[in-house]
Design a protein around this ligand. Structure first.
Ligand code: GLU
Length: 548
């Protein structure tokens, strides 16, 4: 076979050479050990937690080593592409603190290793495709869909491995004349790799997450270019990651089965193999068993979910770090206020089998993160969130920022800050009662007589003085307790509950409910101080009117 003639026939318009591309995209001048890595998502419009997990891994590895993180858009599958998806992706990742040094941006490309959108790289792939054909390592295949399905059916019937390999690789050794005849008829073709591998052979491979792997050679003549001349993922991966000088490929472990082919392809193309960081899937507990998070069943897979629920970015970030690196939590305990970038991230600490996503844990982490913030920050983030998801609440918060900040300051700071909020969404039910618009009517425990509750409130109003300190205030509550035959001694009460109508806790609850509408609230004394005398009294009076 005259491979040069075949290459000329298939790629008549290719004039560039691999040499010229090597010169155009020279090795990067970076310090020793700098990691060059990328995110290479397909623009499907759905940004999921997995993107963030991989993005953070890549980001940490690049920036921790003074390397480069770039964004490449893998848009070879035009059918799956959603308009605006690249923008959504870039914005979402930015929201979570992932910024790219180079690559596709909303306004086009940034960097000298582009284009960074694969559809714009067709000419580049063809240069290498042509080279492979010239070297006898790739060939055109004119099989129709029908032929391929018939082949598959036969392989299945024979209980053989399915695929285009060995004797099934029908176009592997066809004469140049046959190929010319097909081309003359205008029949469409794909370009296939001529595999020299054998499934009898195995070799060792080291993945930075999975560790030592034993890999079986690939014997399938996989497709490199589809009939429209657009490359498959495999071919584009090899060409792009080589020319963009990627040192580490961070990607999902669904690519492990085709890794043997990728290794083969890098070798055939004369490219140095990058290091691989294959990340396991995100899983969750479903009853007693683990399963992969699914787009269909689990809304929490979508990153938009966390934004809408109002998890602060810091919380999601901290949580993902605890999931990714088992030693992050210990480090955090030892360095409670250090910026998380000070932590030394290692891909080796990732769980090779995949990570367990635990919503309850995220909630805990988030409570801690919010508890660490000062009230001004909480106010800013909360109003930002509400502005997008609950404009009416946002408006109330903005009407009197100082009032809102004082509410948010309750229990904040000090050694043991309160951990009331896990998300901004919860803020309304936590603090809404401070706004008359959101105050709800109390539902008193039916075991208490309305007149008793009335008397408690009445007595409270009689002695309520807004200038009392909290000690005096509580002494007054205790006095009311005793006057109405309730007890302040919990031990005594427990010993004989029937001896009293209730305790000081019940008395406080009546007052709390009258003022806040709820049985739970931040410190009641502070609540009253913030509401002020008039609003406290008018709320209590309004409730008393319903108890008559
Ligand atoms: N476009 C591929 C994906 O979204 C990229 C995998 C890779 O990073 O190489 O799965």
């Amino acid at each position: 076979m005259d491979y040069a003639a075949l290459a000329g026939l298939l790629f008549p318009n290719v004039t560039d050479t691999p040499q010229s591309l090597e010169e155009k995209y020279p090795p990067r001048q970076l310090p020793e050990g700098a990691v060059v890595t990328r995110m290479a998502p397909s623009p499907t419009g759905f940004v999921h937690l997995g993107n963030l997990v991989m993005g953070l891994t890549a980001e940490r590895m690049a920036h921790q080593s003074n390397g480069i993180l770039f964004l490449r858009v893998e848009d070879t599958d035009a059918k799956r592409e959603v308009p605006g998806a690249v923008e959504v992706l870039i914005e979402t990742l930015k929201h979570y603190g992932i910024s790219f040094d180079e690559g596709a941006t909303i306004d086009g490309d940034n960097g000298s290793y582009g284009p960074y959108r694969q559809r714009q790289r067709a000419g580049i792939y063809h240069v290498y495709a042509k080279q492979l054909v010239e070297q006898g390592m790739a060939y055109p295949c004119f099989c129709t869909e029908e032929e391929l399905s018939a082949m598959r059916a036969q392989q299945e019937a024979n209980k053989e491995t399915t695929g285009y390999y060995g004797k099934y690789a029908l176009w592997r050794d066809r004469a140049l004349e046959d190929i010319q005849a097909q081309l003359a008829e205008g029949n469409s073709w794909v370009l296939r790799f001529r595999s020299t591998g054998s499934v009898e052979n195995q070799f060792k491979f080291d993945d930075l997450v999975k560790g030592k792997l034993t890999i079986t050679e690939n014997d399938v003549d996989h497709v490199l270019l589809k009939s429209d001349g657009i490359p498959t993922y495999h071919f584009a991966h090899a060409v792009d990651d080589h020319l963009m000088r990627t040192t580490h490929v961070v990607r999902g472990d669904e690519w492990l089965p085709t890794l043997p082919f990728h290794i083969q392809l890098f070798k055939a193309l004369g490219f140095k193999l990058p290091k691989y960081v294959h990340i396991g899937p995100l899983m969750k507990m479903d009853g007693t068993s683990k399963r992969k998070l699914s787009k269909r069943k689990d809304p929490e897979l979508a990153l938009t979910f966390y934004k809408a629920a109002g998890f602060p970015v810091e919380a999601v970030y901290e949580y993902i770090m605890t999931v990714l690196n088992s030693n992050f939590e210990d480090w955090r305990r030892a360095n409670p206020t250090a910026p998380s970038d000070d932590f030394t991230f290692s891909p080796k600490k990732l769980n090779p089998a995949g990570s367990l996503f635990d919503y309850a844990k995220l909630t805990d982490v988030s409570k801690n993160e919010i508890a660490k913030m000062d009230s001004a920050k909480v106010y800013t983030l909360l109003t930002e969130w509400a502005g997008e998801y609950d404009p009416e609440f946002a408006e109330l918060l903005c009407r009197n920022p100082d009032y809102a900040k004082s509410i948010l300051a309750i229990g904040r700071g000090g050694k043991k800050p309160r951990k009331d909020l896990a998300t901004w969404k919860e803020a309304k039910s936590y603090m809404g009662f401070f706004y008359d618009e959101y105050l709800t009517a109390p539902e008193f425990d039916e075991k208490f007589n309305k007149t008793v509750i009335y008397s408690v409130l009445d007595k409270f109003l009689d002695c309520f003085d807004i200038s009392d300190d909290s000690g005096v205030w509580f002494e007054k509550v205790k006095t009311i307790t005793a006057e109405l035959g309730f007890t302040t001694d919990m031990k005594v009460y427990k010993a004989d509950p029937n001896a009293f109508p209730g305790t000081v806790a019940d008395v406080s609850t009546f007052i709390r409910q009258a003022v806040t509408g709820k049985t739970n609230s931040p410190d009641l004394y502070t609540v009253m101080q913030l509401l002020g005398y008039d609003r406290t009294v008018s709320r209590i009076k309004a409730v008393m009117a319903t108890l008559k």
